[in-house]
Design a protein around this ligand. Structure first.
Ligand SMILES: Nc1ncnc2c1ncn2[C@@H]1O[C@H](COP(=O)(O)OP(=O)(O)OP(=O)(O)O)[C@@H](O)[C@H]1O
Ligand SMILES: [Mg+2]
Length: 292
């Protein structure tokens, strides 16, 4: 039986798939898969029952593909779907494990930049001494700031990169700006990571997104932000065992070549909410999800 896939509906035309995912959903149908629609706005508002009101009854095991969902909302989605005879293949526990850095970090500790985190509420600013203590195990060197899910990499100088983690005033300034800009979207807490120098090749993507299904690397794509359509083939020998240990069925790893020639995991993500590079084959991804 082809596995159905749930997409977000278009806010302006609720019978259609959100325009960003519509080509992929077409490929799912072309592979014989059923497409169901959820209302992402209603889900984030706290109305999970409304969010699934138009999902056909009795779909059985389903994938979700669409915009990111906070961990607690994903659990609410799973519960609302079970009331309609549908079960998310990725459990809420596994979703959180892959989606939030503290969930996957320990499993990847040897192959990803050293990291430390502290739970915070949106708009909560930790004291300077606390940030200095958090940074201590990452010294010496530069660092980057993010939350459990996202960085502000487009505001690199003011809200992401810390040239010297030992400089408490500088660290505090960057974290404060990050907290301000994230507003209510700050997820989980503050993460500090040791900066590593990655190579910046001239005509291929610097970061490769590896799509893993059941512990197998099934698709390699450029990172969605890359201007290049070609991605180098990474060495996955040390990464594959970690992916298997994590035990989540469908994840992505963004990998980059460190300047000393070692492939490193920049970030892990849940495959359901990982964006696909515009040059990549939506058909291949759809075929993976729908199954044989
Ligand atoms: N520890 C690090 N050392 C060096 N560069 C880093 C480090 N962590 C992140 N970066 C750079 O910052 C970018 C953003 O970091 P990251 O991927 O963790 O955040 P994000 O906002 O979740 O990004 P995405 O768009 O992939 O979801 C990375 O693509 C990488 O170029
Ligand atoms: Mg990233």
């Amino acid at each position: 039986m082809p596995t159905p896939v749930l997409y977000c509906r278009d806010a302006l035309d609720p019978r259609r798939v959100d325009a960003h995912f519509a080509p992929e959903a077409r490929e799912v149908r072309a592979c014989g898969g059923t497409v169901g629609l959820i209302d992402h706005d209603a889900l984030l508002r706290g109305d999970a029952r409304q969010a699934v009101a138009h999902v056909p009854a009795g779909l059985g095991s389903v994938w979700y593909r669409g915009w990111m969902i906070p961990g607690d909302r994903y659990a609410a989605l799973a519960e609302a779907l079970s009331g309609r005879g549908a079960e998310l293949i990725v459990t809420p526990e596994h979703y959180r494990t892959a989606h939030e850095l503290p969930g996957w970090y320990a499993t990847f500790a040897d192959i990803t930049p050293a990291s430390a985190w502290r739970p915070t509420e949106p708009d909560e600013m930790p004291a300077s001494v606390e940030l200095a203590a958090l940074a201590e195990p990452l010294l010496p060197g530069a660092g980057i700031v993010k939350d459990y899910v996202k960085s502000r990499k487009h505001e690199w100088e003011q809200a992401c990169f810390v040239p010297d983690l030992a400089d408490a005033a500088q660290l505090t300034r960057v974290v404060r700006r990050f907290v301000e800009l994230q507003e209510e979207f700050l997820t989980g807490g503050i993460v500090l990571r040791a900066f590593e120098a990655f190579s910046r090749p001239e005509s291929v993507a610097a970061e490769v997104r590896v799509w893993w299904l059941d512990g197998e690397p099934r698709l390699l794509t450029p990172h969605p932000d890359s201007p290049f359509e070609r991605a180098p083939v990474p060495d996955l020998d040390r990464i594959e065992p970690a992916v298997r240990r994590l035990g989540c069925r469908f994840i992505t790893t963004d990998v980059a070549l460190r300047s000393d020639g070692v492939w490193r995991v920049v970030e892990v993500g849940d495959g359901q909410v990982s964006d696909l590079h515009q040059s990549s084959s939506q058909g291949e991804l759809a075929a993976l999800l729908v199954g044989p």
